[in-house]
Design a protein around this ligand. Structure first.
Ligand SMILES: Nc1ncnc2c1ncn2[C@@H]1O[C@H](COP(=O)(O)OP(=O)(O)OP(=O)(O)O)[C@@H](O)[C@H]1O
Length: 680
């Protein structure tokens, strides 16, 4: 083991070779850090095998965290401050902290406070930064750097070529992190405090997903202990999307974050049925929460009879009016139904104890417990406050018109009630064809009975598509924590999609959250986003157009073709001549025909969510699954069929807007039938 990692030779005046020397010195230092952990002998410090196993697992984790990943550079930037502080003057910024044998930092974590100016400093506000240097890598080798002298008024501001190159770097495999190039307005969101909920409205490709994931990594760094206790969760729209993003956090060293869809969160029953859109809209409406609350509480019956408790030779009588008082008090306190049910026997026992004391006895706690378990008390509790099974309750609400009417009176119109009732009620819980919206209702009922476990932080992506009841389901998973809500109102494609963030945040239970807007577009080239934005006034008037940071002339091709399938296959073959990933997006109904055409041409393709590799780069994407995904080149099949596949025109245009905004480098639109008029 070297006493000191090698230091750059001061005689070396070539900046690049000095930086390379720092890189290899940092690598050596990291290796030493790893070897130190590997050499730890825990025999003497652990008292028993359980402790030893726990400690060993922690050490294994630490060794994993200290691995030197050859494809991820140890640092990507450097800041030199004008003034020296206690911590130093020059810092290399990387994905993790590396120090030398003396404990001096070789690389600082991008999340550390000293790294923040690397992201935020500008000519206007240099934040004491004299030099910001960005590094470029080719196949793991440090090959370039780019300097900005932020405190030098003579130097002109210019856009970073390295940022441009990073965005356009061909995409193979899952989503990657953006730590090297987080932009100032993104960084503000990434580093905003754990205490408050942030909602981000941003058009396609503005980096919402990236920002949400980096925010989780930041929060885990800044509040590691607290979040380790309370947990964090990322909620995404579907499995393919979750699969696409699942590598970002591990690449940032965070392995402990759970990822789920809303359907996963509320999976109390197996979902085998579907609802018509109009039915799902009512089931997803917040009024259903009121109906459920009434229905749950309707199980409470006020006592008509006194309670007689026999203990030994004595009988203790609790009159009905006193029982009623206890029950009313519990109802008024508005605690969970199940918690109140558990408290009730003790409350009754307490009244009995008071009577015992009045009669000169001296009962202790054990007597109170015994009275609470007395069969007469148990029977009274069961009669006044019976257990409620959430799924059975929802089953009854959806099958029994009178029961529904009793609790929906004044909340749902008679027409609404008719809509949610099952045409053919199932005979039992087992045979019920639950829909996704029903599962959310069951989740709400479950929470009325017993409080849902709340996490420290929840990131909710593609949030615009949630129903009010779904917002409530996510919201109860962060009642004691905070949330990051990400979405684009213009990409809302469900019949219950939200029209306003204020409303959505209200249902989430975070009405005071700040709404931030991201308007700089990183994914989609200017020409393409301008074309897609023609749809905005027709489907989401009032929303701002994304302004792309990338000028890529020639990125958009639109062609009317006589043989659509043939032209689509040819366009895919043409795109495959470029590097990177290719997405063929088409209306869901067109997928079988296109699969056949691709197969006939000898092309193989993936389904969304499977990882692209260097040899398998073409994905056939049903328009309904395109949201959140991106490809270097996109071939879009027949826009009119994409619009026509949706129940109404506005949703159709929004679906098309999503499909038109998936390409990083090139979009080819092919059609035989006329294009939708709104694109003209
Ligand atoms: N600061 C950045 N530096 C480099 N790349 C970035 C930056 N911000 C975003 N990107 C890239 O832009 C692309 C779009 O980002 P992302 O998917 O997070 O956008 P989004 O707003 O969630 O889009 P959508 O609304 O379509 O889901 C990704 O490839 C992401 O890595």
């Amino acid at each position: 083991m070297p006493a000191h990692a090698p230091v750059p030779d001061p005689a070396d005046t070539d900046p690049l070779s000095r930086e390379r020397a720092h890189l290899s010195a940092s690598r050596d230092a990291l290796r030493v850090m790893r070897e130190d952990v590997q050499a730890l002998d825990i025999k003497d410090v652990t008292a028993n095998w359980v402790n030893a196993a726990v400690l060993e697992a922690q050490i294994d984790e630490r060794i994993k965290a200290l691995a030197d990943l050859s494809h991820t550079p140890l640092f990507f930037g450097r800041v030199d401050y004008l003034h020296t502080t206690q911590e130093g003057q020059r810092f290399y910024i990387g994905r993790r902290h590396v120090h030398d044998v003396d404990g001096d930092p070789m690389v600082v974590d991008w999340r550390a406070p000293v790294s923040q100016p690397f992201y935020r400093a500008s000519k206007k506000d240099p934040l004491d930064v004299a030099l910001r240097r960005r590094f470029g890598y080719t196949a793991g080798d440090l090959t370039a750097y780019e300097d900005e002298h932020l405190s030098d008024p003579a130097e002109a501001e210019r856009t970073s070529r390295l940022l441009q190159a990073e965005i356009e770097r061909p995409r193979v495999g899952p989503m990657r992190d953006i730590v090297a190039t987080i932009q100032p307005e993104q960084d503000e969101i990434v580093r905003s405090g754990l205490g408050g909920t942030v909602c981000v409205q941003g058009g396609p490709g503005t980096g919402k997903t990236a920002v949400g994931l980096h925010r989780v990594a930041y929060l885990l760094y800044a509040h590691r202990e607290r979040l380790a206790r309370t947990g964090t969760l990322v909620v995404g729209p579907n499995r393919s999307f979750l699969h696409y993003i699942e590598q970002v956090l591990p690449a940032l060293g965070e392995l402990e974050v759970k990822q789920a869809t809303v359907d996963d969160l509320v999976a109390h029953v197996e979902v085998r049925g579907t609802d018509e859109a109009a039915t799902a809209v009512i089931k997803g409406d917040a009024r259903m929460a009121q109906v459920l609350r009434r229905a749950v509480r309707s199980h409470v019956t006020l006592p008509a009879e006194p309670l007689m408790v026999v203990r030994g030779s004595r009988r203790w009588r609790v009159p009905a009016y006193e029982l009623e008082e206890i029950v009313r008090e519990l109802l008024d306190r508005d605690i969970r139904y199940g918690a109140a049910r558990e408290a009730l026997p003790q409350r009754i026992a307490h009244t009995v104890l008071v009577r015992m004391e009045q009669a000169g006895e001296a009962p202790d706690d054990r007597v109170q417990d015994a009275v609470a378990r007395n069969p007469a008390v148990k029977a009274a509790v069961k009669a006044m406050w019976p257990p409620v099974d959430p799924a059975k309750l929802v089953l009854r609400l959806l099958s029994d018109a009178d029961f529904l009417a009793a609790h929906a009176e004044g909340v749902l119109t008679p027409d609404d009630q008719k809509r949610v009732l099952w045409q053919k009620p199932p005979r039992s819980l087992r045979t019920a064809q639950w829909s996704a919206a029903d599962a959310v209702l069951i989740d709400e009922a479950t929470d009325l009975v017993a409080r849902t476990h709340s996490l420290g932080h929840v990131v909710l992506d593609e949030a615009q598509d949630l129903s009010p009841m779904q917002y409530r389901a996510v919201g109860r998973r962060c009642t004691t924590g905070s949330a990051t809500v990400l979405g684009d109102l213009a990409q809302g494609t469900t019949p219950w999609a939200t029209e306003s963030w204020q409303e959505a945040l209200f249902h989430l239970g975070k009405p005071d959250a700040v709404v931030e807007e991201l308007t700089a577009g990183f994914r989609v080239p200017r020409e393409v986003i301008a074309y897609a934005s023609r749809l905005l006034p027709h489907m989401s008037p009032g929303l701002r157009e994304v302004s792309s940071v990338r000028e890529s002339p020639g990125s958009l091709t639109i062609r009317e073709v006589p043989d659509l399938d043939g032209a689509v296959v040819a366009a895919c073959e043409e795109s495959l001549r470029h590097e990177g990933s290719i997405g063929l997006i088409a209306a869901d109904g067109r997928i079988p025909a296109l699969s056949e055409a691709l197969a006939a041409a000898g092309l193989t393709w993936l389904t969304p969510g499977s990882e692209t590799t260097l040899t398998s780069r073409l994905t056939l994407v049903p328009a309904s699954l395109a949201k959140g995904l991106e490809y270097d080149y996109v071939v879009l099949d027949d826009p009119s069929s994409v619009v026509a596949a949706e129940p109404d025109e506005r949703t159709g245009l929004r679906r098309l807007y999503v499909a038109l905004t998936r390409a990083v480098s090139g979009l080819t639109v092919l059609h035989r039938s006329p294009l939708p008029a709104q694109l003209a």
